[in-house]
Design a protein around this ligand. Structure first.
Ligand code: FES
Length: 577
């Protein structure tokens, strides 16, 4: 290895004299107390995404200590540096609006600073995809570490955890089943420790599919944030980071279409968040791999969902960890996976399965012959309301609503929804369909997780728990209901969602993968012709970059300028019959 192109010598600042550049760099870094000998070693960068605004990353300082131990013990020098961090509840207007900004920040810091490999420490929903998108584009050896799930709390003897139970208890409060004192008591129990949401929400989904993709150490996804095991995983991550630095082993050296197919299969098998599709599409796009949603639907149509976690099932991530975590899921799903796919640790999925023993009893990971849900947990819909596609998490929907035709009540945007949803005059029955538009990538902007339109109060009080709800937005992975999401093209981009009127009829048939507005093509065209254009808005800064460049949900909501388009290998998905 030529050390003069590695470590401190990488990415020298331009002064027109490389000798002076390294002289100056060393002079400054020695101000931190490093010796010449330490500075001659490989450098491993560590992203520090700790923030007082991000409780999901509250253990990052501890994890960094353990990562550094692994790096130092393996003969390299760890250098941590800050990047943007994003928490779901502390990101205005939405965390999705900022995901691409975090990805650009991560990419450019990986590129600008000298490092032979990097450890990406993320966890909260958008952080892991943002980091991986950035690392793929920076094209350096990289490994993901997640902060891990929080533990569960307890309310009146019932186990509770963010955030399926947040939504469930809030729905009870809206329906006046519990009072203000009780909702305040629950509020203290939902997030009892630092770490990511403990159900199969987006953070858990991204952790598990990132491990399945091969970007994490074995069984790195599910250990609780506050466990000793999480610290050992961090130490091992540091050790592997030095190995990939020494071999210059980059993601593109081992990630192929097969790895992405495995991640999609696991997304379906775990009943993962619908957000997982958007993020995986964006991540693949950074390597020039195109994920076709119709192919995804075909591939996962008969993929059993075998993990019994909320919101589709009943357990929490700490239960999944005790049950064997992802390696055990891989073992159960092996006939559906490409077992020769390699991982960042330099071993294949087959070797991971063979190394582990899965003979103890547990309740969370089912056999494929005894699934929680026997068909793909996420279905891709098409039809004149969503010519570009829409999706539904059918495993978390009400079975009796999977085929439903109803009269639509349209909400123009979030403000209209807030103003009218609880009105006694709202013209809805339990069979109505609620449609919310202008919450897509451009619409809100940033595609907020507002697709879980609340049940109108007057119906909630009558005991209505679920209705068909349609939008161009997203939904938290922790939520459930018969919710059609990601309608493409979105209303703000001139999609047919934009011309639906209250009183129209929509037909949903998940078995036929259909979402149809009962109007003729001519009627739809006439409505578009009569629709007034919205006033253009003056924009600046990141807001302008976002509006000028963001793509629709079926392209991962990435920016046109950051996606890679040099490869043509459309993903060939394996169909399981
Ligand atoms: Fe961070 Fe749920 S809010 S993972």
């Amino acid at each position: 290895m030529n050390r003069k192109t590695k470590g401190m010598y990488k990415n020298l600042t331009s002064y027109g004299d490389s000798g002076f550049s390294i002289f100056l760099r060393k002079a400054f870094i020695k101000g931190m107390g490093y010796s010449e000998e330490m500075l001659s070693k490989p450098i491993i960068g560590i992203t520090n995404t700790y923030s007082d605004y991000n409780p999901c990353h509250g253990n990052v300082p501890d994890l960094i200590k353990s990562v550094k131990s692994g790096i130092l013990a393996s003969g390299a020098i760890p250098l941590e540096f800050p990047t943007i961090t994003i928490h779901e509840s502390f990101a205005y207007p939405t965390s999705m609006y900022l995901r691409n900004l975090m990805s650009i920040d991560t990419e450019e810091m990986l590129r600008a600073q000298p490092m032979d490999a990097c450890v990406l420490i993320g966890g909260c929903d958008k952080t892991v995809p943002a980091q991986i998108m950035g690392a793929f584009s920076a094209d350096i050896p990289a490994i993901q570490l997640v902060t891990g799930p929080m533990l569960t709390g307890s309310h009146k003897g019932e186990r509770v955890g963010a955030c399926t139970d947040c939504r469930r208890y809030w729905a009870k409060f809206r329906a006046e089943e519990i009072d203000e004192n009780e909702i305040n008591e629950v509020n203290n129990q939902l997030v009892p420790t630092v770490g990511t949401c403990g159900v199969m929400g987006t953070a858990s989904t991204m952790a598990l599919i990132t491990e399945a993709l091969g970007m994490m150490v074995t069984n790195g996804a599910s250990a609780p944030a506050v466990s000793a095991e999480r610290r050992r995983i961090a130490e091992e991550t540091g050790r592997i980071a030095v190995e990939i630095a020494n071999k210059s082993y980059k993601p593109k050296d081992f990630l192929t279409i097969k790895n992405f197919q495995n991640a999609l299969t696991i997304l379906s098998a775990i009943g993962g968040s619908t957000n997982g599709i958007v993020h995986l599409t964006a991540m693949a796009g950074r390597l020039g791999i195109d994920i076709n949603l119709d192919d995804f639907d075909q591939m996962t149509k008969n993929t059993p969902m075998i993990v019994d976690l909320k919101p589709s099932g009943s357990g929490y991530m700490e239960d999944l960890f005790k049950s064997g975590g992802l390696p055990r899921i891989l073992n159960e799903m092996k006939e559906y996976l490409h077992l020769d796919a390699m991982t960042v640790s330099g071993i294949s999925l087959r070797e991971i399965i063979d190394k582990n023993n899965f003979d103890w009893p547990q309740q969370v990971i089912r056999k494929t012959k005894d699934p929680i849900f026997d068909k793909g947990s996420i279905a891709v819909l098409n039809g004149n309301l969503a010519p570009g596609s829409a999706i539904i998490k059918q495993s978390a929907a009400s079975k009796e609503l999977l085929v439903h035709e109803g009269i639509v009540e349209v909400f123009e945007d979030l403000e209209d929804l807030a103003n009218r949803i609880d009105s006694e005059d709202l013209n809805v029955t339990k069979d109505s369909i609620l449609l919310l538009r202008n919450i897509g990538p451009l619409g809100a902007p940033g595609m907020p997780e507002a697709g879980l339109i609340p049940i109108p109060k007057k119906l909630a009080k009558l005991g209505v728990k679920d209705m068909v709800r349609i939008s161009d937005g997203r939904m938290s992975g922790t939520a459930s209901g018969t919710i059609v999401l990601h309608v493409c093209p979105e209303a703000a981009a001139g999609g047919n969602l934009n011309i639906v009127e209250s009183g129209d009829i929509i037909k949903l048939d998940v078995y036929k993968r259909l979402i149809e507005l009962k109007l003729t093509d001519d009627e739809i065209k006439l409505r578009h012709d009569n629709k007034k254009n919205k006033k253009s808005v003056k924009r600046r800064g990141y807001n302008k970059i976002f509006f000028d460049s963001v793509l629709q949900a079926d392209k991962g909501v990435d920016f046109e300028a950051t996606i890679m388009r040099s490869c043509n290998h459309d993903i060939e998905l394996q169909i399981h019959n």
